[in-house]
Design a protein around this ligand. Structure first.
Ligand code: DAH
Length: 344
């Protein structure tokens, strides 16, 4: 049996030398040193030997077990080193390679137009006043002089929420009331603001109408503001936006919160007024709704309409962006299609 033991020992050492992976090393360990391994089995059978041989066999078997355990440890260290070296070799990074450029994001075309509006109005002394997207029926309609069943509400199909009275704003005009209440100091201070923001209408989505779109509202309140101030201010805005000699015209219109009310056209910036497809051969493009703030609205904002007056306007940046870039379908704006967005 001793002879057998020595053979196993030599065999084990020989095999160990050929092992180059930790997986194979693990198999080797099980085969020789495991609970049912060759050497372990031999040690266990010591009892079967004649009494006088047991001590020397047991001693040698233990010795061999220790020798093999040491040899295993050494081999394991060697293999680990080799595997690490191989890993490093394989995963080497060539730091001289040029980096991969990250695509740079761009501003959404609506954002670009909104920023341009804010810039131009800012130069003319109008500060941005931010108002909420979620409004009440009271602010969105009633305080703006739309009584509960007023027909003008029909043009603005509303998104209602589960909370009675809480709606998504259909226009930025409710911000007029909030600006007057928050900045007016109980109707004692003048105001000059623009109110840009998203509006929501429960409409059939088509190439011309979306359920969400931006508006840029404007509001000026003061002691001596007249219709001529409104006309001059809008004309100046149009010149700054579209060029120094652009003509504007004002058409009578109706909004519940202004009196008188009007719509403002600017000379078509594409054809210069001679007529083209963009202006539908009229020579004019509508750029704004506008009017003198209705006395009821001034009152709702905390002002005494016999002392204070004001003008307001409302513009649609998506429409302006479509005209400028020849975009024929408003659905592109919120379609998140990079092929569209990357063009701006
Ligand atoms: N709120 C109007 C709309 O959504 C736009 C508008 C028109 C705003 C005239 C105004 C204004 O401030 O004076 O149709």
């Amino acid at each position: 049996m001793l002879q057998q033991l020595e053979t196993h020992y030599e065999d084990a050492l020989k095999q160990l030398e050929t092992i180059t992976s930790s997986d194979n090393l693990h198999d080797w360990e099980i085969q020789f040193l495991g609970r049912k391994g060759v050497i372990t089995e031999m040690l266990r059978s010591t009892g079967k030997l004649p009494a006088e041989d047991r001590a020397s066999f047991g001693k040698r078997a233990n010795e061999i077990k220790n020798l093999l355990t040491d040899a295993h440890t050494q081999r394991a260290a060697l293999i680990e080193q080799q595997e690490l070296a191989a890993d490093l070799e394989e995963g080497q990074i060539d730091i001289s390679l040029p980096g991969r450029a990250r695509p740079v994001g761009g501003l959404h075309p609506s954002t670009q137009t909104l920023r341009l509006y804010a810039h131009v109005w800012g130069e003319m002394g109008f500060q941005v006043f931010r108002s909420r997207d979620v409004e009440t029926d009271e602010y969105n309609f009633q305080l703006l002089n739309f009584p509960p069943h007023h027909p003008a509400r029909e043009m603005q199909d509303t998104f209602y929420t589960n909370k009675p009275d809480v709606i998504l704003r259909t226009q930025t005009s409710p911000g007029q009331i909030r600006a007057m209440q928050e900045l007016g100091d109980n109707g004692t201070k003048p105001i000059r603001v623009i109110l840009p923001g998203m509006c929501y209408r429960h409409e059939q989505i088509t190439a011309r109408s979306e359920v969400q779109f931006h508006q840029v509202e404007g509001l000026a309140v003061g002691r001596n503001i007249r219709m001529t101030d409104l006309k001059g201010t809008i004309a100046e805005f149009a010149r700054r936006m579209y060029g120094n000699d652009v003509q504007v015209r004002f058409r009578a219109s109706y909004f519940p919160f202004t009196e008188p009310s009007m719509e403002v056209d600017a000379e078509c910036f594409l054809c210069g007024g001679t007529g083209c497809r963009v202006c539908k051969y009229t020579g004019w493009l509508e750029i704004s709704g506008a009017g003198m703030v209705h006395p009821n609205v001034l009152r709702n904002g905390g002002y005494d309409p016999s002392v204070w007056s004001g003008f307001a306007f409302g513009m649609g940046p998506e429409r302006a962006t479509m005209l400028k870039h020849g975009i024929t379908d408003i659905r592109y704006f919120w379609g998140n299609d990079l092929r569209f967005l990357e063009q701006f």
